[in-house]
Write a protein that binds this ligand. Structure first.
Ligand code: HEM
Length: 358
């Protein structure tokens, strides 16, 4: 991705710091949970160099492009099984969020982390509250503690009987060598489990809806499935589900796009606004799977904190987009667009439900 020096700090610039936020009273937080987690160990999303690099390296290996490519056949199976179940049901309409969008990334992240998928209700409900802007700080902290308790038990089980999963590797290679504390490990697992399904789930349902609302674009995709990867990038740009942006505090004076940000001032990285920037994208509000400038999008963030798992999210979105419209060619929205429950109350934009029929 080419850089736009006019509107971005340098890729490796670490002066906009997420670490400094906790020490900045009155800083506008994305969710109440962020505001109250003073006593919760930091995860990579809130760390600065060099701590950030040390902790990020503990998990990058599992999210490398090569590793994700090995997972593709398994992701295909998961999606096929879910579509088999959905197509076998007599019930109409079907909620595509429950039938497909939520289970796909949940099963994938569970298998990667070694979390039993049968416990999905436990982590999906808590995660919903952690990402909510409307939950109270107490509700969010209770949910975090419940998730931490659950994952703390899992760490104990993996220590006793390690498997072939990321949690077991973190336990044997990092926890047992003293490189990470039990509390920091559990906080990292909470981040991976929650971020690992919320964002992608919302992208899957919004992608299905967007293609159904743009039949001419869907027809182009059907005629040429090689367009799927670019269409997925356009869907990522168009929706930017991490819509409330990322927060930083300047730890030194910094100039961004000709604007001086003084040390101590807050910075909101508005990825959604950047993805509709008319000086970068032609006709930015149009949804166009053929746009040539789509590789400029910032849906996975930018710089040192760029999404660690973007290759996996891309693989899931590409496979699900292709298979859904191949296997359910007459798929259509059941109900009124205006009535759909969009998640405007959450840090990650999406849909609570998507009724479909075929
Ligand atoms: C970071 C978006 C899927 C884990 C980020 C950031 C964005 C983002 C915008 C940067 C936040 C910042 O600048 O502070 C997305 C989108 C996804 C997705 C749109 C799906 C479509 C995932 C998945 C995981 C994941 C599946 C799996 C565990 C993370 C982690 C970070 C992160 C751990 C923090 C990286 C760091 O601070 O170094 N993501 N994400 N994300 N994402 Fe994702």
């Amino acid at each position: 991705m080419a850089d736009h020096p006019q509107r971005r700090p340098a890729r490796r610039d670490r002066r906009p710091s997420p670490h400094a936020i906790r020490a900045s009273p009155g800083f506008p937080h994305v969710t109440p949970f962020v505001e109250t987690r003073q006593d919760v160990p930091r995860t990579i999303i809130e760390m600065d160099f060099p701590e950030h690099t040390t902790y990020r390296r503990m998990i990058t290996k599992d999210f490398l492009h090569r590793r994700v490519e090995q997972l593709r056949p398994r992701i295909e199976n998961i999606i096929d099984d879910l579509l088999d179940t959905m197509l076998a049901t007599e019930e109409r309409p079907v909620d595509l969020v429950r039938a497909l969008a939520l289970p796909v990334p949940s099963i994938v992240i569970c298998e990667l982390l070694g979390v039993p998928y049968q416990d999905h209700a436990l982590f999906q409900t808590r995660s919903n509250v952690l990402f909510s802007r409307e939950a109270t700080a107490e509700q969010a902290m209770t949910c975090f503690q419940e998730l931490a308790g659950y994952l703390g038990e899992l760490v104990g089980k993996k220590a006793a009987e390690p498997g072939d999963d990321l949690t077991s590797r973190l336990v044997t290679e990092q926890l047992m060598t003293g490189a990470i504390t039990p509390e920091a490990l559990v906080a990292m697992l909470v981040l991976l489990l929650t971020a690992g399904h919320e964002t992608t789930a919302n992208m899957i349902s919004l992608s299905a809806l967007t293609l159904l609302q743009h039949p001419e674009q869907l027809a182009k995709l059907r005629a040429d499935p090689d367009k799927v990867p670019t269409a997925v990038e356009e869907l990522l740009r168009y929706h930017t589900v991490a819509a409330s942006g990322a927060r930083r505090v300047a730890v030194a004076d910094i100039e961004i796009g000709g604007q001086l940000v003084r040390a101590g001032e807050g910075v909101i990285l508005a990825y959604d606004a950047a993805n509709r920037d008319g000086s970068v994208f032609d006709d930015p509000d149009a949804f166009d799977i053929d746009r040539s400038d789509v590789d400029q999008h910032l849906a996975f963030g930018y710089g040192p904190h760029q999404c660690i798992d973007q290759q996996l999210a891309r693989a899931e979105l590409q496979i699900v987009t292709r298979k859904l419209f191949e296997r359910v060619p007459t798929l259509r929205l059941a109900g009124d667009l205006a009535e759909l429950p969009f998640r405007r109350d959450a840090a990650v934009y999406g849909l609570q439900e998507l009724p479909v029929t075929w």
